[in-house]
Write a protein that binds this ligand. Structure first.
Ligand code: B4P
Length: 189
């Protein structure tokens, strides 16, 4: 892989995207861009975007494309993204993926590489229910909705990126999974 790490970390809810993105930041020296974290900050601050997003997120649905696309567009323009980035939780729809491709092309960047964590539904349910962060979307009905939305709207994104997708087994210790991700990028852990 050349100088830039334009990475997309994908996987079902609770598959460990946020957890592993933070570890890749340490290893690769590039920023994490988590649309989930940015939206939760907006909710906490009581901004207009946050007010709009809260009800949608709490029930496990996706925030409208135009809102998250604009968030990512502004974030990618910041200077810390020059060497690359780890997108965590974006793109989640084919429309978001097409917009991201256009943004990268416009900025003269390489196409993104997709690292897709695979974890079975029972395991993600168990992880989310035991994480104890008190997130409003960490309950049985919101998890069922998030998994349904993932199958319907987000799995097609994997087909969109086709040969740029590297599937990574998301079961194992945190260190084991980080090592698999780093190896998929052609680096040693
Ligand atoms: P996110 O914040 O992206 O949340 P997530 O998919 O549920 O979690 P993630 O996969 O990051 O799991 P984590 O590392 O925490 O999205 C939340 C909501 O925001 C969405 O439902 C949507 O409403 C909105 N949203 C975000 N992006 C959007 C977009 N682009 N478009 C529209 N809407 C958007 O790990 C989960 C748990 O597992 C943790 O407790 C962790 O400690 C544990 N864990 C991790 N790795 C493990 C391992 N190897 N073994 C055991 N446990 C592990």
């Amino acid at each position: 892989m050349s100088g830039q790490y334009n990475l997309i970390l994908m996987g079902p809810p609770g598959s460990g995207k946020g957890t592993q993105a933070k570890r890749l930041v340490e290893k690769l020296g590039i920023p994490q861009i988590s649309t989930g974290d940015i939206l939760r900050e907006a909710v906490a601050s009581g901004s207009e975007i946050g007010k709009r997003a809260k009800t949608i997120m709490d029930r496990g649905d996706l925030v409208p494309d135009e809102v998250v696309i604009e968030i990512v567009r502004q974030r990618l323009e910041r200077s810390d993204c020059k060497k690359g980035f780890v997108l965590d939780g974006f793109p989640r729809t084919s429309n978001q993926a097409k917009s991201l491709d256009a943004m990268l092309a416009q900025q003269g960047r390489e196409r993104a590489c997709v690292l897709a964590l695979t974890v079975a539904d029972d395991e993600v349910r168990r992880r989310i229910l035991s994480r104890g962060e008190g997130r409003a979307d960490d309950n049985e009905s919101a998890i069922a909705k998030r998994l349904e939305v993932y199958r319907r709207d987000t799995e097609p994104v994997l087909a969109h990126y086709a040969s740029a997708v590297k599937r990574i087994d998301g079961i194992g210790s945190l260190d084991e999974i980080t090592a698999r991700l780093v190896a998929a990028l052609g680096r040693r852990a």
